[in-house]
Design a protein around this ligand. Structure first.
Ligand code: AMP
Length: 299
């Protein structure tokens, strides 16, 4: 495993013919590993980046205390046979008079963007910088962050970036919750109560499988299940069926994706949880993931 800190070294690497690239903010877990394994299967070289990107954090968010586990992360990457990991310093990426912005006005203020001002502009910026440095053939992004995936796919299309963007399935814990670095913020006693979230999603799947396609009724089922739990306090930031490309609310349940975000509020902290289910089987929504969700409602 080559550990690369500098811009010049990463540019040298970009001369490799076939690179699969997995950008991360570190605190690696099995969700990240599934993306890396897919890249290892599909490319000669796999490069991972670990960079907690300051421009994608809104004021007051967790930039300072975002989990940092570099030693453990490097051990994971060594075992996986990754070619290189790029761990840039923040001032190497953003020099002192950096002043460029990028954004997708029609998509960046919807869903999570409504409560995270500037977040997706920061995501576009860092990915554009990294893609420009590394010039990978393929970019692997998780469907867990569906809005991010949609925005980056659009950015690459619009800017004629010669990289294929690959959406990967969500890796879920046994209780159906997507693994996430921020789950570490949750007190273990709260961890079990947030499994209500995948259960509420499973209830939607079950209803649709039973032929119900009334989006208003389906949303009500989700909301009533979440709000039944009073401790900890959940705020539903959004929960609706959306068109996969425009991210506008959609009435056509079978052709849309249900996306939801909850804020779990405890006395010390608020933790944002996001999840989604696309209502068609595709390479990034395998039957196995649907089965995990359907199983979690039984427990
Ligand atoms: P992050 O380190 O949180 O920025 O995530 C890096 C990449 O891993 C993003 O493309 C995420 O969508 C993806 N990812 C994070 N958690 C999961 C998960 N549980 N399953 C699949 N992909 C994930």
């Amino acid at each position: 495993l080559k550990i690369i800190y500098g811009i010049k070294e990463v540019r040298d690497l970009s001369k490799s013919l076939n690179i699969g690239f997995v950008p991360t903010m570190g605190a690696l877990h099995k969700g990240h590993v599934t993306l890396i394994e897919k890249s290892l299967q599909e490319n000669e070289e796999t490069v991972v980046s670990i960079f907690i990107n300051p421009t994608q954090f809104s004021p007051g968010e967790d930039y300072i205390y975002y989990p940092k586990t570099l030693e453990q992360d490097l051990e994971i990457l060594k075992k996986l046979n990754v070619t290189a990991v790029f761990v840039p310093r923040s001032d190497e990426i953003y020099h002192s008079d950096f002043d460029t912005t990028l954004g997708i006005p029609s998509l960046e203020n919807l869903l999570c963007g409504a409560t995270r001002p500037g977040h997706f502009r920061g995501v576009c910026l860092i990915l554009m910088i990294l893609l420009n440095l590394l010039k990978p053939q393929r970019l692997y992004l998780g469907r867990k962050d569906f809005q991010q995936l949609t925005i980056i796919q659009k950015m690459c299309r619009d800017l004629l970036i010669d990289t294929e963007v690959i959406g990967c399935p969500i890796f879920r814990d046994q209780d159906g919750l997507p693994l996430s670095s921020r789950l570490a913020y949750l007190d273990p006693s709260l961890r079990s109560s947030v499994s209500l979230f995948p259960k509420a999603l499973s209830a939607i799947i079950q209803n649709i499988d039973n032929g119900n396609q009334d989006n208003v009724y389906l949303k009500e089922i989700f909301t009533s299940l979440i709000q039944r739990e009073e401790s900890p306090f959940y705020e539903i930031l959004y929960a609706d069926f959306y068109d996969k490309e425009t991210l506008q609310p959609s009435n056509d349940v079978k052709k849309s994706i249900f996306c939801a975000a909850l804020m779990v509020k405890t006395l010390e902290k608020s933790v944002r949880l996001i999840d989604n289910i696309p209502f068609e089987i595709s390479s990034y929504y395998p039957q196995s993931e649907k089965n995990i969700l359907l199983k979690c409602i039984e427990s």
